[in-house]
Design a binder for this molecule. Structure first.
Ligand code: KIV
Length: 274
């Protein structure tokens, strides 16, 4: 059993404990992590889920999109994070097309877990991913289904834009949420959708829902760690806040993020979409 920064004992976070938090109405927190140093800080601050996101292609590797990130690179960064982890649950992204065929997805998810130390994988895509999620679920691999803005589809959608703003696309995302949870998805992540749509999805599924630019009704929030530390160049996205502004240390910024999510202070309406 590990200790948190308050010296209290802290049991490891599991899918079961996340479900219990949801049942109690207690919010949980998620941050991206790509290396041992940040993972150690986030874990000690009480972040429940460390997401080894394929956003590392952009924020670590300096690429324009997440598409070139390889499975081996994801395994390398997941292993870096898992060596530092004491308590948090580690979720790793399946990189672009590593989940295109169910049998390959099973093999690749198994590598993220066995070699990288992930506890759970995240898969981008709608109903088309149902068969893959079913296959992983049947073999005991927990899956988070990522809906809404899908960065791996950036060239198809023509940029990083809010999704589900018109009736047909909102209905499709709502139906995808139902299809993928029926297929066995253990969590959903909703990225950049109107808050009313996110509210409807949260109310319609039983699994925990993580939001980013989605809704305050989500069971958890996630941010890219460099964004919430104000390190990403360019205009800050609407869904983000610079938690380092006015604070002296990264530790204090992350503790404030955890507090803000748990008390419902973040996200506020200014971080959400209509
Ligand atoms: O790759 C990533 O960091 C993500 C988050 C933006 C949710 O998927």
């Amino acid at each position: 059993m590990s200790m948190n920064e308050n010296g209290k004992s802290a049991s490891p976070v599991t899918l079961a404990s996340i479900r219990e938090m949801k049942a109690r109405g207690e919010k949980f927190t998620c941050l991206t992590a790509y290396d041992a140093t940040f993972a150690r800080i986030f874990d000690a601050a009480g972040v429940e889920v460390l997401l080894v996101g394929d956003s590392l292609g952009m924020v670590i590797q300096g690429r324009e999109t997440t598409l070139p990130v390889t499975l081996d690179e994801m395994i390398y960064h997941t292993a870096c994070v898992s060596r530092a982890r004491k308590r948090a649950l580690i979720m790793a992204d399946m990189p672009f097309m590593s989940d295109a065929r169910p049998h390959e997805a099973l093999r690749n998810a198994a590598r993220l877990m066995a070699e990288g130390g992930a506890h759970m994988v995240k898969i981008e895509g709608g109903a088309v991913m149902a068969e893959t999620i079913q296959r992983l679920d049947a073999r005991g691999i927990p899956v988070c289904a990522h809906l809404g803005l899908l960065p791996q589809s950036v060239h198809k959608i023509g940029g990083y834009r809010v999704q589900g703003r018109d009736g047909p696309s909102a209905r499709r995302i709502l139906e995808d949420a139902a299809t993928l949870t029926a297929a066995g998805a253990d969590m959903l992540l909703l990225e950049c959708v109107p808050a009313t749509l996110a509210d409807e999805i949260v109310a319609s599924v039983k699994v925990p829902v993580i939001g980013i630019g989605a809704s305050a009704a989500c069971d958890a929030q996630v941010l890219v760690c460099y964004d919430m530390l104000g390190l990403t160049p360019g205009p800050r996205p609407r869904f983000c806040e610079n938690f380092l502004a006015g604070r002296d240390t990264i530790q204090a910024a992350v503790q404030d993020y955890v507090r803000a999510v748990k008390t419902g202070r973040f996200p506020a309406s200014e971080h959400l979409y209509t």
